[in-house]
Design a protein around this ligand. Structure first.
Ligand code: ZN
Length: 191
């Protein structure tokens, strides 16, 4: 497991520093899988490793929520020799589009890049169940849910504990480390 964690750190999937999260909180870590998955050989390896993590009834297909889950979901499906669909938001609502139709009672495993709050995984599960599918569980590369859990069986390659701080109580601000807003090139000064 440590090996996967080291690879993810080296590939910048888990960053260390001083980050401004979309929640407004500050954190010494930031998780993003897109850069790591841009290495197609690594994406295939992670897909195989994640497919091997599954314990339980064999799924008949893999479904991932867009955008984050698509690449790794496709790799897991490929490793398990299964078909792959993705859900996406339409006017804010998670749905299945693009002619994706589920067979009745089809057994599905949901694959994500990161379990954070579990919101998109749970919304995807609802969409699948509403259309007659059966959720066996879920897989992710990274689990950073902390004390939270999903309402079904789930496995991840690595579990990381991401600390967050209120800006006023942030020890990194006290150390005057530059605050980075991920996804932008700008480095904000402490307010
Ligand atoms: Zn801070």
């Amino acid at each position: 497991m440590n090996k996967v964690l080291n690879i993810l750190k080296r590939k910048k999937a888990i960053l260390s520093g001083h980050f401004l999260l979309s929640s407004g909180l500050h954190s010494p870590n930031y998780v993003q899988c897109a850069l790591a998955l841009s290495d197609t050989k690594l994406a295939a390896k992670l897909g195989k490793a994640l497919a091997a993590k599954w314990r339980g009834e064999k799924p008949q297909m893999i479904i991932s929520p867009a955008m984050g889950g698509i690449i790794i979901g496709h790799e897991v499906a490929s490793a398990m020799n299964l078909p792959f669909f993705f859900t996406e938001r339409e006017n804010g609502e998670m749905t299945l589009r693009r002619g994706f139709k589920l067979k009745k009672r089809i057994k599905v495993v949901i694959v994500e890049d990161v379990f954070t709050t579990g919101k998109s995984t749970i919304e995807t599960a609802k969409v699948i169940e509403q259309r007659g599918g059966k959720i066996l569980g879920a897989l992710s590369i990274i689990n950073r849910m902390g004390d939270r859990d999903l309402p079904f069986k789930n496995f991840s390659l690595v579990k990381v504990d991401i600390k967050t701080y209120e800006p006023k109580k942030c020890p990194l601000c006290k150390k005057k480390l530059p605050l980075i807003k991920p996804g932008s090139r700008e480095i904000k000064k402490k307010n």
